[in-house]
Design a protein around this ligand. Structure first.
Ligand code: SF4
Length: 474
């Protein structure tokens, strides 16, 4: 795991210098890309579903106050207790207090990025409550003392070989065969009695269903169901943007989510939790709490980021991002990596500390193209760049450099002169078709090839083929 206190560029350098990480990222994102493409090829209605999903989210976001109150009313009617948290620390404090009131010594957790966002793992550890991560990938993250590096595959940064070694060191009865199946069995043996002996279960929610007051959780391992059924208390933490009007709307978004995330048609397990155990129920929690978390979301509505509240956390934007595929998730330094993380992290951690993230983008638009709810991620990132400029957060060197560029670029004769000179200088450093060891270009050429300029520039060729048409502007 990379230190979150390092500067973004230092984290990127560390990631780029790690060949194992590169293999791990390539395996996961490559598989995800192919599976998504295959799933969409089998689902010709995807475009219509995408339009509908976008409209559902936009409608809820435009009427958030109404849906929140309606959801609260229906959740209370089903027997749930609803808590409101304005900030991350409010949310984690509420959860820890509920665990203490329940006398909890051990809690089981279902993977939830919102839980990471509010710092819940640390808050539980600090409170001396044993925390058991039950999602297989989160179990690996916990054993490694890491943070998730992907929102769908949190342990993407680990290779199978590293995981095997970890299990051998920490599991009570580790696998003897080096196969995936044997390793999964090892985790199952390790976690089984912890599932059954937990005092409190904590989960997130993929959707909050307004008209029933239910929460919906999807997993592929069944750990959510095993986590939330035996303990006496179940706590759900969810961002306020997770609301949908009804179950049928949840299923529209679910079809988009699963195909975009894992390339499946549907998740193996889709569970709706609606209140605590009722008279006659054989199992289920006696107490059911829902913590609704704002943590900057209302501010996003006001600050030109409302489209980001459509996000259903599928991870497709990062799987297809050329930057993420080079550096992985930890380099972004926040809870959410990739393009969606670069938009969200400044909301949570402040633009001053995170302004580099908006620049970690080539603006190729692939993230928006694959986003199942059509979030204009490049536009939102440009918005952060613009704001960083307006607030004077860019370093003097960048401001000065851009000033010089603007001066030169707005004078065509000077621009042509400058480019002609630059091309001549670059040719001096040409080695085998690429530039090597060119002064001031080290940050670029250290990790990738910079093609040498062509023998003749476009303008030279244009002048030859269009004699008399080209007129130098002064
Ligand atoms: S921004 Fe879009 S593609 Fe990225 S995680 Fe959110 S919904 Fe998925």
């Amino acid at each position: 795991m990379q230190s979150q206190t390092l500067h973004f560029k230092a984290r990127v350098d560390t990631a780029l210098a790690d060949p194992t990480l590169k293999i791990a990222i390539g395996r996961t994102t490559g598989t995800a890309e192919h599976k998504r493409a295959a799933a969409l090829a089998d689902y010709p209605q995807f475009k219509d579903a995408r339009d509908l999903g976008k409209r559902i989210k936009d409608h809820v976001i435009a009427n958030l106050d109404h849906y929140l109150l309606e959801f609260e009313r229906n959740a209370i009617a089903s027997g749930a207790t609803v808590h409101w948290a304005s900030t991350a620390s409010d949310a984690s404090r509420i959860v820890v207090d509920l665990c203490r009131q329940a006398g909890a010594r051990r809690v089981t957790r279902v993977k939830s990025m919102l839980g990471e966002e509010i710092g819940l793992p640390h808050a539980l550890d600090d409170a001396g409550i044993e925390r058991v991560e039950t999602d297989l990938a989160e179990h690996i993250v916990q054993l490694g003392g890491d943070t998730p590096s992907h929102i769908v595959w949190p342990s993407m940064h680990r290779t199978r070989e590293q995981v095997s070694e970890m299990f051998h060191k920490s599991h009570r009865a580790p696998h003897r065969e080096e196969t995936i199946e044997a390793m999964v069995d090892s985790a199952r043996r390790e976690l089984r009695d912890k599932f059954l002996s937990a005092d409190v279960a904590i989960s997130g929610a993929n959707f909050l269903v307004t008209d029933t007051g239910a929460t919906c959780t999807v997993t592929n391992e069944g750990n959510a169901e095993l986590t939330t059924t035996p303990p006496r208390v179940h706590i759900v933490t969810a961002g306020i943007e997770k609301l949908v009007p009804s179950t049928k709307h949840a299923f529209v978004l679910l079809r988009l989510l699963v195909r975009s995330a894992t390339g499946g048609d549907i998740t193996q397990y889709t569970t709706f939790h609606c209140g605590p155990k009722q008279a006659g129920d054989r199992d289920g929690p006696e107490e059911f709490h829902i913590v609704l978390v704002d943590n900057g979301r209302s501010r996003m509505l006001k600050e030109g980021l409302k489209e980001m509240l459509r996000c259903i956390r599928c991870g497709a934007c990062m799987n297809h991002c050329v930057v993420f595929r080079q550096v992985g998730g930890h380099a972004y330094g926040g809870v959410y990596p990739g393009p969606m993380g670069a938009v969200l992290t400044p909301v949570f951690d402040g633009l001053k500390e995170t302004r580099d993230l908006a620049h970690a983008c080539t603006m190729n638009g692939k993230c928006r193209e694959v986003c199942p709810v059509d979030i204009p991620l490049p536009t939102l990132l440009r918005g952060w760049r613009d704001r960083s400029w307006r607030e004077g957060l860019e370093p003097v060197s960048v401001r000065g450099g851009m000033g010089i560029f603007a001066f030169v670029a707005s004078r065509p004769w000077l621009f042509h002169l400058g480019s002609a000179m630059a091309v001549r200088v670059m040719r001096l450093f040409k080695r085998g078709g690429h530039l090597r060891g060119m002064p001031l270009m080290g940050a670029w050429t250290r990790y990738r090839d910079f093609p040498a300029p062509a023998k003749r520039t476009f303008m030279e060729m244009y002048r030859d083929t269009n004699p008399g048409q080209h007129k130098e502007q002064k």
